[in-house]
Design a protein around this ligand. Structure first.
Ligand SMILES: Nc1ncnc2c1ncn2[C@@H]1O[C@H](COP(=O)(O)OP(=O)(O)OP(=O)(O)O)[C@@H](O)[C@H]1O
Ligand SMILES: [Mg+2]
Length: 319
């Protein structure tokens, strides 16, 4: 389904502040959809509207064809939420927390126990089931927060910055578990202000800023909006008497090469070759350098990322 989640012309004001400004996007069934934007962009507000926690002023939001206002209860039953602010009962154990949240979605008896244990194992907390939540580390609580949101096997999982404040190992576990949820058939909406995470796991990405949509698409589509080139930085030993501008001229004759120049970087001479984003002439470039007797020491590829996209489209760093 191409419009499994559909947000149309959504507006949410807090007094004079427009937190969500005429926002439209849709999420396809079975994809991981990233909402990316700096602090205050309106990500959590959008997520909270989607999960029916917050009311909105204008527009419409539907999930699996159900309107989030008219069919609120049915939509709620269908969604698993992992909130930005960890919502756990400090004096319950990890297992009790998961069971409590899953029971709110109607799970009972044997099924409740099984699904709670499955969710705990899913986030790597199978051995921590009996630990009281206020004795758990921040990273464990983050993982438990996820287990509580997914135990009832929701069709749509909405995660708001689930990796904030966790170490690299927990982060990897969380990201891998999100990929597994997709493999199991869930649709995932994922907010973050970490570009790298979003690039790593999301099928499509919406970039938000100041409540509005900046751009939406796959990583490649977004990058193509910002630039038409990537850069190879070639480090090597040049033969004595090399005609640098002659070499650059010959490189420029290769197909899809847009620029070639020598620059100084930290006291070293680096050859920078800018090419089209889809560049098939890499071997030709290497062969040409070999013919010119350049002794290669390393090549670094600078691919434009979502930081560059944000900068190009808003004129500001994402921060
Ligand atoms: N309950 C509220 N009352 C008043 N203003 C609010 C409320 N919730 C959010 N805002 C404001 O709405 C704007 C968007 O906030 P939101 O929490 O949606 O941003 P965000 O993209 O999730 O940011 P972050 O990355 O910091 O989590 C901000 O300016 C915020 O101060
Ligand atoms: Mg937020």
């Amino acid at each position: 389904m191409d419009e499994f989640v559909k947000v149309s012309n959504l507006v949410k004001n807090y007094g004079n502040l427009c937190a969500v400004d005429n926002l439209s996007f849709s999420v396809r069934k079975g994809e991981i959809f990233g909402l990316l934007g700096p602090n205050g962009a309106g990500k959590s507000t959008t997520i909270n509207i989607l999960t029916t926690l917050t009311e909105y002023d204008k527009g419409s939001v539907s999930v699996a064809g159900l309107d989030t206002v008219r069919d609120r209860n049915r939509v709620k039953a269908f969604i698993g939420t992992v909130p930005q602010d960890i919502a756990l009962h400090p004096f319950l154990t990890a297992r009790e927390n998961v069971r409590f949240f899953a029971s709110l979605y109607g799970l009972k008896g044997k099924k409740l126990k099984e699904e709670a244990d499955r969710a705990l194992a899913f986030v790597g907390l199978e051995e921590k089931g009996d630990v009281r939540t206020n004795r758990m580390s921040g990273g464990m609580k983050r993982r438990l927060n996820i287990a509580c949101g997914i135990a009832h096997r929701p069709g749509l999982i909405v995660m708001d910055e689930p990796t904030v404040g966790v170490d690299a190992q927990s982060r990897d576990l969380i990201l891998r578990s999100i990929l597994t949820l997709r493999e199991e058939g869930a649709t995932v909406i994922y907010t973050s202000h970490y570009m790298q995470e979003v690039e790593e796991i999301c099928d499509r990405i919406a970039i938000m800023d100041r409540g509005a949509m900046v751009a939406c698409g796959t990583e490649q589509e977004l990058v193509a909006l910002a630039t038409d080139r990537k850069t190879y930085e070639v480090e090597g030993k040049l033969p004595a008497g090399l005609d640098r501008s002659g070499l650059c001229g010959r490189i420029l004759l290769l197909p899809d090469v847009k620029d070639a120049r020598f620059t100084e970087r930290e006291g070293r001479c680096v050859l920078e070759v800018a090419t089209a984003l889809e560049f098939d002439g890499f071997m030709q470039l290497l062969q040409l350098l070999e013919r010119e007797k350049v002794t290669l020491r390393g090549i670094n590829t600078r691919e434009p990322n979502l930081d560059a996209v944000f900068l190009a489209l808003t004129g500001r760093e994402m921060g």
